[in-house]
Design a protein around this ligand. Sequence first.
Ligand SMILES: Cc1cc2nc3c(=O)[nH]c(=O)nc-3n(C[C@H](O)[C@H](O)[C@H](O)COP(=O)(O)OP(=O)(O)OC[C@H]3O[C@@H](n4cnc5c(N)ncnc54)[C@H](O)[C@@H]3O)c2cc1C
Length: 478
Amino acid sequence: MINTKATSRITPDVKKALIEIVGDRAYLDSPNERYVHSYDATPLYQHMPDAVMNPQNTEQISAILKIANAHQIPIIPRGSGTNLAGGTIPIEGGIVLNMNRFNEIYEIDEQNLTATLGPGVITADLHEAVEAVGLFYPPDPGSMRISTIGGNMAQCAGGMRGLKYGVTKDYIMGLEYVLPSGEILRSGGKNVKDVAGYDMTRLLVGSEGTLAVITEITVKLVPLPETKRTLVAYYNNLVDAARTVEKIIAAKVIPATMEFLDQGTMQVVDDYAKLGLPLEMKSMLLIEQDGEEEAVVRDIQRIAEIARQQGAERVEIASTLAEGAKLMAARRAALSALSRSKPTTIMEDATVPRSRLAEMVETVERVAEKYHLWICTFGHAGDGNLHPTCMTDERDQEEMQRVEQAFDEIFRSAIELGGTITGEHGVGLAKMNYLHLKVGAGGIELMKQIKAAFDPNHIMNPGKMFAGSERRRLVVKR
Ligand SMILES: Cc1cc2nc3c(=O)[nH]c(=O)nc-3n(C[C@H](O)[C@H](O)[C@H](O)COP(=O)(O)OP(=O)(O)OC[C@H]3O[C@@H](n4cnc5c(N)ncnc54)[C@H](O)[C@@H]3O)c2cc1C
């Protein structure tokens, strides 16, 4: 049973003061509204907030935070709730602060190559707006048609174009943010060079709503590539595909995208998108290059040559842009396609240096076999960023124990291979008990001190990142 009673530190007087800030239509505390905001895209976690607020400007946020800080009410900033780390679960109740009314692109500056926008702008809307004037915002998480730029920034989202273009942190130039005290601050801006003091922008990127509420973002833009081509290579084992990735980079060719799908993922994606993939193959690489026509053609031919040398059974170059786009769209649908197979889909994010990709892929296979689990692996092979995804059923407690053990082994192997526990999905609730493996006890202590400097009363997204001492993955809070 989910607790629908408002428990909270939101007394009638506090509620009245909050409604005065945003109006009663932007303060919601019915059981239905609270329920809708009690979960996000992460399986296994749920907890009711006490209220949901939909502010529309920075001053309102400042006023809300002042009250929340005085009464120690948790604040959970929320974009579209597509994160996969339990990052917007109101695990300690409090107020979910929806940022989706901050959905305006204020400026596209074609001279400085920047865009300034509200954090509630949908990622794909930014893409479309800048591409209309010949510019390009490369970060492209698979969720880009739903996710917000604020969520991308707070998670430091990656995507398929990370290999050549980098990830969200490489494009955030400036921020406006509100501290829990209500103070409104700015960091960075349009300057390409700016070393005045600590780099607060970089610190806030990936801070997962635990330090401040971001109310305005300035991003860097680059010229839109002239054209692109897509290539698919099919292999009858996993290791040749992983080696192809290493050899392409070693040949100093940097594709825009280099995605890996194992046989299990190919099967469900094909069933979902009806692509006619050769399902007898054990793995495939989906590679896209962009840039000037001549360079793209040259790179794609070189990539095809390397793929064949490394044992690809079939190499196909998409004949049209539409054909290439269809393949990329199918890859973006991998998680949705896998999700149809079983009641619970747990997607992880273990990442290794790309030179260790083959070993990591083999480890995941071995672990799946050892624990008798259905784990499919796909991911951003060019970044060494794999998404081993387990199709399971959370009602089967015995199987869930094995899932737990399997992922534990996968994360530890990633660290042993010089990798990390999360390449792009963040820590949130899901990974907080593994953070010490990557940053050590000293690193966690320093982060806690930084958190205390921003948020001495611990109201910002409490219970996330490093709050727990035990693994919380399987604790379904209801
Ligand atoms: C199908 C699917 C595919 C995905 N593919 C990718 C992928 O390829 N790469 C990738 O990196 N991720 C991917 N994700 C994960 C997710 O989409 C990203 O993490 C995304 O950045 C979350 O954006 P959001 O708007 O949904 O943020 P939310 O989930 O609402 O919030 C994410 C975090 O940001 C904080 N936050 C949100 N807005 C603000 C703000 N204004 N100020 C301060 N903190 C804020 C929240 O508190 C939370 O901690 C995928 C998810 C799905 C469901």
